[in-house]
Design a protein around this ligand. Structure first.
Ligand code: F6R
Length: 243
């Protein structure tokens, strides 16, 4: 096992620790490229970035951001699009320039072209300095579901039923949850210079156990992180209770 594990007492402390790491990175290099995630887990991290911005004025004017994934078929202003999520949870509250933020376009007329464009764009801006990840109950990272090639680049995926069910809480009913998404591929994620995986709560305990002790296999996408040169798990006691 090569990654570092940071154990915090609770969700708030996990979020604060991760925020401090990101803030340090941005202060060291104001032109950092930050890889961002959606979902419940990073919400606290974004809250602390906003708080720090408002109290100490850390500037994001030169920062660029790239997000992991987006649903296919939801307009950008749909309340459940990740585009809307990121604006509401972070971008509208700090001084990042919106044209420096990037999320795969899930309503692009040609999705194949969009996936190629996205990887090229990440390369063009110099690659991701630090990538934030959450983890799905089936070990997915981004929307790379079990069975995805470790060599994958940004691509279109069919969402696992378990993933659609887990995300149904944001929609009126399961039928409204998109069936497909565009996600950064596993190789695109692994190319990041540094990776932080966040996990919180008892429901993530089994998956974190498998991540730490299980085998490295495409059947469990997050296991690839064990071969990354600079990956850190920051998780609360509840998620780390089996470690
Ligand atoms: C989100 C993403 C997903 C989530 C994962 C965990 O951009 O790529 O991999 O990180 O589904 O979601 P939460 O944090 O809601 O448990």
């Amino acid at each position: 096992m090569r990654f570092e594990i940071i154990r915090t007492e609770n969700y708030e402390k996990m979020s604060l620790f991760a925020a401090q790491k990101m803030i340090t990175k941005v202060k060291e290099n104001p032109r950092s490229v930050l890889g961002l995630a959606t979902g419940n887990t990073p919400v606290g991290l974004y809250k602390y970035l906003i708080l720090d911005y408002k109290t100490t004025g850390t500037s994001y004017k030169e920062v660029r951001t790239v997000n992991l994934d987006e649903y296919i078929g939801l307009d950008r202003d749909n309340k459940n699009s990740y585009f809307t999520f990121m604006r509401k949870r972070l971008f509208n509250h700090i001084d990042v320039k919106l044209h420096h933020t990037s999320i795969p376009n899930g309503v692009a007329p040609n999705l194949e072209e969009e996936t190629v464009r996205y990887d090229k764009y990440i390369q063009k801006i110099g690659g991701i300095d630090i990538q934030i990840l959450g983890i799905g109950h089936n070990g997915h990272i981004g929307f790379n579901e079990p069975g995805t090639s470790f060599k994958s680049r940004t691509h279109v995926v069919t969402l696992a039923e378990s993933t659609r069910n887990a995300n149904a809480r944001y929609f009126n009913n399961i039928d409204e949850v998109p069936t497909h998404a565009v996600t950064m591929g596993i190789q695109s994620i692994m190319d990041s210079k540094e990776i932080i995986l966040l996990a919180s709560g008892t429901s993530k305990a089994e998956v974190i156990k498998r991540l730490v002790y299980g085998e490295i296999t495409e059947e469990f996408p997050a296991s690839v992180l064990r071969s990354h040169k600079k990956a850190t798990i920051i998780a609360d006691q509840a998620a780390l209770q089996l470690i």
